[in-house]
Write a protein that binds this ligand. Structure first.
Ligand code: UDX
Length: 484
């Protein structure tokens, strides 16, 4: 039962469409945001793509109780009184199209064709129910302001990553002008001219700008976000004060994080795109803080050499570990590329799974560290659980997220500086992090940052206050939209 349901529900005249980008790391926070808004009386229409829905349905098909088999991932939320409707949309590709291995054509489809499907669906929804007055769309879409304007809705842009990354994408043109991006010989020195970002190493800048499709997507999305009525982000005011203040000089921007499954509701909403292997029994048998959790999220492709070095590093480190080796990491059977005899050699101390419930695993008392690609949700979840990180970022925002983790907040150590990693580095970093005495300073610092996270969500905490201000501004803007 939601903690919020018994409160008075003052916002029953608000009806928001919420639409996340069709990726795991964007769907999870959008689900939690939906629950939070519904808990204060919003009517929500949540839109997943048909592909994402079919993945979730397959992944959770063996679970008991009303789940996605009832065609609504929010059925438990609805039973508990939350007014959340759930519908699906065609993303322009057949269900069996491999979106991960063909990410560029898929992204091109999201940039160019998807808006037509959204337009058609929103038009139909509004025809049936004219109470819809707000669009909460992922910042990475290129079209939300067009749809919001066409259907007279207040446009809330939901940024699922930190303010630092927002600022860098927002000022992409500056990076280009100054030669840190877009030329053959990009500058490699420190970047110190982005408003709100004192300085950042060029190696911590988000990658993939050079790819024209990704560049186009970021460029268009960050033109569109300039027209949003309100921007909300999964970050915490106290942790990025200067960057947030600088964005607020131009836009209505609220830091409402951390958004993780545990903090808004006790309800479990099925959201994993792959079946979760339960690691609890295995973890129960391991000593407190002795297990390293290793995961590279849901999208990034890890190359074969890195997997081999990681496997050797894990063997040499002699620590216990749970390693999420996602199916289709490399487009082949991952286990077959592990070193000969790997599984036999680490049999009692290593568990390899294709997917798990990450929050459930990292909140287990046996977990003592997280070797991560620094996807923003993983960073936020790890801090929420007080688990220090070893950072091995691969692409996009993960490099900038690493800056926050390692250099600004000091809750993790860096593993990857260049293109590749070596088994010796992997061994040394793991041994450092997992030795509680040696990493005691890091552990003290993460306990403080964790406290900042929890305090932000308390009644007078910054994120709770920001959330209330966001709803207040939204209410005011909805009333203006209605008058016109
Ligand atoms: C992507 C980008 O890569 C990331 O950088 C960006 O910040 C968000 O979009 P992803 O790579 O999937 O996300 O990483 P992350 O942001 O960490 O999100 C993964 C989500 O999947 C997390 O919520 C995590 O809890 C969940 N997860 C991951 C599982 O539930 N089980 C797993 O086995 C692995």
């Amino acid at each position: 039962m939601s903690k919020f349901i018994h409160q008075t529900l003052p916002h029953h005249h608000h009806h928001a469409i919420i639409i996340p980008c069709p990726f795991q790391g964007h769907i999870n926070p959008a689900i939690h945001l939906s629950l939070r808004l519904a808990s204060i009386g919003f009517k929500i229409t949540f839109i997943n793509t048909q592909f994402i829905h079919s993945q979730i349905t397959k992944a959770h098909s063996s679970e008991p109780g009303p789940g996605p088999e009832s065609n609504n991932i929010f059925s438990k939320a609805r039973e508990s009184g939350l007014d959340i409707h759930y519908i699906t949309i065609y993303d322009g590709f057949p269900l069996d199209f491999d979106r991960n291995m063909n990410s560029l054509p898929f992204l091109e489809g999201l940039i160019n064709g998807f808006v037509d499907h959204v337009d058609e669906l929103v038009g139909k929804l509004i025809e049936k129910d004219d109470s819809i007055n707000c669009l909460v769309a992922d910042t990475f879409f290129v079209w939300p302001s067009i749809i919001a304007m066409k259907y007279n809705m207040v446009h809330v842009s939901f940024f699922t990553e930190p303010a630092l990354v927002f600022a860098l994408y927002y000022h992409l043109h500056l990076l280009q002008q100054k030669g840190h991006f877009g030329s053959h010989e990009n500058r490699k020195d420190i970047v110190d001219y982005i408003p709100g970002v004192k300085s950042i190493k060029s190696s911590d800048l988000p990658s993939l700008f050079q790819n024209s499709v990704v560049h186009q997507l970021i460029y268009k999305a960050f033109q569109d976000v300039r027209k949003a009525d309100i921007i909300i982000a999964n970050t915490v005011q106290e942790l990025e004060p200067e960057t947030i203040t600088s964005i607020q000089e131009k836009h209505s921007f609220y830091a409402i994080g951390p958004i993780v499954s545990a903090n808004f509701t006790d309800l479990t909403i099925p959201s994993s795109l792959w079946s979760e292997i339960d690691c609890t029994q295995w973890l129960d048998a391991k000593p407190h803080g002795s297990v390293l959790y290793v995961s590279f999220g849901s999208v990034a492709l890890v190359n074969k050499e890195d997997i081999l070095e990681l496997a050797h590093g894990l063997m040499l480190s002699e620590v216990n570990f749970v390693w999420v080796l996602r199916f289709n990491f490399l487009g082949q059977d991952e286990k077959s590329i592990l070193p000969d005899g790997f599984e036999g050699k680490v049999k009692d101390r290593g568990l390899i799974v294709p997917w798990c419930n990450q929050m459930k695993v990292i909140s287990h008392s046996a977990i003592g560290g997280f070797l991560s690609h620094c996807g923003w949700n993983s960073v936020v979840e790890s801090i929420w659980c007080g688990v220090p990180l070893i950072c091995s970022p691969l692409v996009t925002d993960q490099l900038a997220n690493r800056k926050l983790v390692v250099y600004d907040w000091k809750v993790g150590i860096n593993l990857r500086d260049g293109e590749s990693i070596t088994r010796e580095e992997v061994r040394d970093k793991i041994k450092y992090l997992m030795n509680e005495e040696i990493s005691s300073n890091l552990r003290k610092t993460i306990a403080q940052v964790k406290e900042t996270f929890y305090s932000a969500l308390a009644t007078n905490g910054s994120s709770n206050v920001n959330f209330n201000k966001f709803v207040e501004e939204l209410t005011m803007k909805i009333s203006l939209v209605r008058e016109h």
